[in-house]
Ligand binder design. Sequence first.
Ligand SMILES: NC(=O)c1ccc[n+]([C@@H]2O[C@H](COP(=O)([O-])OP(=O)(O)OC[C@H]3O[C@@H](n4cnc5c(N)ncnc54)[C@H](OP(=O)(O)O)[C@@H]3O)[C@@H](O)[C@H]2O)c1
Length: 345
Amino acid sequence: MPAKTGKAIFLKSFPQGLPAKDHFVSRSFEAPAPADGEVQLRIVWMSVDPYMRGRMRPDIKSYIPPFSLDAPLDGGAVGQVIESRHPSFAAGDYAVGFSGGWREYATVAGAGLQKVDPGMAPLSAYLGVLGMPGFTAWAGLNEIIKPKAGETVFVSGAAGAVGSLVCQLAKLKGCRVVASAGSKEKCDWLTREGGADVALNYRDYKNATELTKALAAAAPKGVDGYFENVGGMHLEAALNCIAFGGRIALCGMISMYNNTEPEPGPPNLVNMIGRGVMAQGFIISNYLPLAPKFAFEVAPLLDQGKIKFRESVYEGLEKAPDAFIGLFKGENFGKAVVRVGPDRI
Ligand SMILES: NC(=O)c1ccc[n+]([C@@H]2O[C@H](COP(=O)([O-])OP(=O)(O)OC[C@H]3O[C@@H](n4cnc5c(N)ncnc54)[C@H](OP(=O)(O)O)[C@@H]3O)[C@@H](O)[C@H]2O)c1
């Protein structure tokens, strides 16, 4: 089978502050015929994720290398196999991987792919609730916070891909769940369907003092577990309300990803000492051996309707920059995904 040429999205320049559409450009890109061990894919869905902003900062050393201006952007994607030179895949199969996004055709290592069943869940769900963000929610909650029934869990970024599953899993464990999100519509969904007992619209609070007051009222016995997705005033409020023996899963700090100057840390870290608080940062790729356990637990919950998920769907590869920029403006509700091609052709 020959190389396949299609469109791909490249970075034109590295953004300073909030990315804008003119930082991105669409160009022709050739996915080569696969070599031994590789698979050539027609991309069906691609993911936009907050961590990609970190890959647009070549000045900062990170756990993942920065994007190059000379290659397409990259990220999680679900594709259909055109040609396989890997024994686990055949033409027509669907597969998800951490690479292959931001383009119409991709040639990737078969070792990094996982076959997915389009009959079990919508293909896009393998980028969200059944994919990397879902696994992140499950791992941060179960491996770091380890909540017990009756405890209070506070979740920031609660209407996003990760946060919305954290809320529901914590609720299923018998916790009181306090969520924070950026609109009334999101907060209403969180209390109606998303597992939250109380949802705070953080845009109603001007600073950490105001958010602390609201959180203290929503968590009268204190916060036993804080799932951190946002940083800034959310972390400060959580540290003000954290209970003795509290656990904090440091998953992300999206409010800081577009900062051009370093932001001062919370002034109340000292609370962690007297209250015996444990805070642990984590990167989900370090938990990969637990992925089968995650799928074994969460896929049936989804199938039984015990957990719900939402998606913001952007139609067409050219919309990928909008989808990505929207992450930082709260324009997405649940997982933001881009439909690059039809599920079936
Ligand atoms: N550690 C890991 O391995 C790992 C893996 C995946 C994700 N993460 C992190 O987890 C967090 C959530 O990821 P996700 O995939 O769930 O993202 P997502 O679905 O894009 O949700 C992010 C949400 O964050 C909110 N947000 C954006 N800017 C904000 C700000 N300045 N202040 C408060 N909220 C803001 C937005 O909703 P609102 O309307 O509520 O503002 C947005 O919907 C991110 O920090 C991400 O980097 C970490």
